[in-house]
Design a protein. Structure first.
Length: 158
């Protein structure tokens, strides 16, 4: 079995990885390099996969954004994680812009939903309020989104 893995082409390794989930080009480059493939063969392989539609940074960005929204993560954290996965600023802006245009993205509403899911009620003390603020800031929401969430998160229940 180890001999088969040593002889696998970059394409075979990439297809095996992509069968599980989408990867950014940058992530695939790293994975294939760690398997011992040369940079030249990796580049050629990834170019071919992109031409065939088997690897797409745009598709990866869309799926990644959906998964992070489901986790209740804010724009700062989402942008940072997308950048860490090798997506260009343009690809990130495009993915976020398309989601906003489709009406799938409302950071203020997401912040309020995330806060209401985590905490049962509004803070009664400044210490509790600070804890809730830190929670949302840690999730990557901006100051304005945190302030909005603290004001409206539990209004539906009243």
């Amino acid at each position: 079995m180890a001999e088969d893995a040593d002889r696998a082409s970059p394409r075979e390794d990439a297809i095996r990885l992509l069968a599980r989930r989408d990867y950014s080009r940058h992530e695939l480059e790293g994975r294939l390099a760690s398997k011992g493939h040369s940079a030249e063969t990796i580049g050629e392989c990834l170019d071919a996969l992109a031409e065939q539609g088997l690897q797409s940074d745009a598709r990866f960005a869309e799926a990644f954004l959906r998964s992070r929204l489901a986790r209740g993560q804010g724009p700062l954290k989402v942008r940072a994680e997308m950048g860490q996965r090798g997506l260009s600023r343009e690809a990130i802006d495009t993915a976020l812009g398309e989601a906003e245009a489709a009406g799938e993205l409302d950071w203020f509403a997401l912040a309020a939903e995330t806060l209401a899911r985590r905490f049962a009620a509004p803070a009664e003390t400044p210490r509790e309020r600070a804890r809730q603020e830190r929670f949302l800031a840690g999730r990557g929401f901006t100051f304005e989104q945190v302030r909005h969430a603290l004001e409206v998160a539990w209004q539906d229940e009243e």
